[in-house]
Design a binder for this molecule. Structure first.
Ligand code: PXL
Length: 277
C-alpha cells in the first residue's frame, strides 16, 4: 500500500486540514501518516480559537522515523504555523525526499484576496522560499499573488495572465505549479497547471457555484495527492480532485441544514472511493 505523510494542523471543529486529509487519503486506499503542526479548537476563520503549537515535536519525530527506517511515497504539506516550523519541515523534506517519491506543497496562506489570521506578507515571503522544496505546488490566486508580490485580481484576467503567473510560480523552484480557482468570466471555475519540465500547460474547468466554501482547498489538495500516489497522471489527479470537490459543494448546497464552516465532503466520498477500486 502506498504511504503519504501529511503535515498540517488538527482543527478540532472546522472540517479542514487533517480532519479532511485523513478520510480522503484513506478513501483512496492509501495509508495516511500524520505530523500535526498544531492543535486548534476551531480553524482560524472562527471568531475564537485556541492554538497549541507542536513545532517542538518535529525533530524528535523525524529522529524516530529515521531510526525505524520509515519511508513515504509522498509528503504533503498544508497549514504551517510558524517560521521555525517551516525550517524544520524543510529539514524533514531533505531527510525523506528520494528520487522515488514526491513532495506536494499546498502553501496555505489565505483566500479571497486576504491572508488568514496570524499571517502577514513576510510569512508569505517565507512560504515562497519553502515552495522551492516542492515537486508540485498548488496555491490559489490569493496565495500566488502574495508569494509573487503581484496585485490580487479577483476577475478580469485572461489565460496569458494565468500562464505568466504559473511560470513565475515554478521559478520559485517546483517543477509543477497548479493555480486553483481560475475564473475567466464564462460561468465556469477551474484549475490551470504548468509543468516546467515539458513546458506544458493543462487545465480543467467545471461548474461554478456562488459564494466561498471553507476547507475546499484542503479537500482538493488531499484528493490530488491521494490520486497521484495511486499513480494517476498529474492532470488526471487534478481532474479527479476537482470533480470530488465540486460534488462535495453540490451536495452541501442540497442540504439546507449543512453547517456553515465546512462542506459535506463525506457525502461525496462513495463516488471518490469508486475511482480507486
Ligand atoms: O483550510 C485552511 C486552513 C487550515 N488550517 C487552519 C486554518 C485554515 C484556514 O483558515 O485556519 C488552522
Amino acid at each position: 500500500m502506498k504511504r503519504i505523510l501529511t503535515i498540517q494542523d488538527v482543527s478540532g471543529v472546522g472540517k479542514c486540514s487533517l480532519t479532511v486529509a485523513l478520510p480522503i487519503i484513506s478513501a483512496a486506499q492509501v495509508e495516511a501518516c500524520v505530523l500535526p503542526t498544531a492543535v486548534l479548537s476551531t480553524h482560524t476563520r472562527f471568531k475564537h480559537f485556541t492554538f497549541a503549537d507542536l513545532t517542538d515535536e518535529i525533530e524528535p519525530t523525524v529522529e524516530v522515523w529515521q531510526k525505524e527506517g520509515i519511508t513515504f511515497d509522498a509528503i504533503y504539506t498544508g497549514y504551517l504555523g510558524s517560521y521555525r516550523q517551516m525550517g524544520l519541515v524543510e529539514n524533514l523534506i531533505d531527510a525523506f525526499h528520494t528520487k522515488d517519491n514526491f513532495i506536494f506543497i499546498d502553501p496555505v496562506l489565505g483566500d479571497g484576496g486576504t491572508l488568514y489570521a496570524r499571517f502577514d506578507q513576510s510569512f508569505a515571503d517565507r512560504m515562497a522560499l519553502f515552495c522551492s522544496k516542492g515537486d508540485v505546488i498548488t496555491p490559489n490566486l490569493t496565495e500566488a499573488a502574495f508569494m509573487l508580490h503581484l496585485p490580487y485580481q479577483e476577475s478580469g484576467y485572461d489565460e496569458s495572465y494565468v500562464h505568466d503567473m504559473l511560470r513565475r510560480l515554478t521559478a520559485l523552484g517546483s517543477s509543477v505549479a497548479v493555480l486553483k480557482g481560475i475564473d475567466y468570466g464564462d460561468g465556469k471555475l477551474g484549475v490551470v497547471g504548468y509543468d516546467s519540465r515539458s513546458d506544458d500547460f493543462f487545465s480543467y474547468f467545471h461548474e461554478k457555484f456562488p459564494g466561498r466554501y471553507h476547507g475546499t482547498g484542503d479537500i482538493f489538495a488531499s484528493a490530488v495527492v491521494a490520486a497521484m500516489a495511486r499513480d494517476r497522471s498529474i492532470p488526471e489527479a487534478f481532474q479527479i480532485a476537482a470533480d470530488f470537490t465540486v460534488d462535495s459543494i453540490r451536495k452541501t448546497r442540497e442540504n439546507p441544514d449543512a453547517c456553515d464552516y465546512g462542506v459535506e465532503f463525506e457525502r461525496a466520498l462513495p463516488d471518490f472511493v469508486a475511482k480507486f477500486k
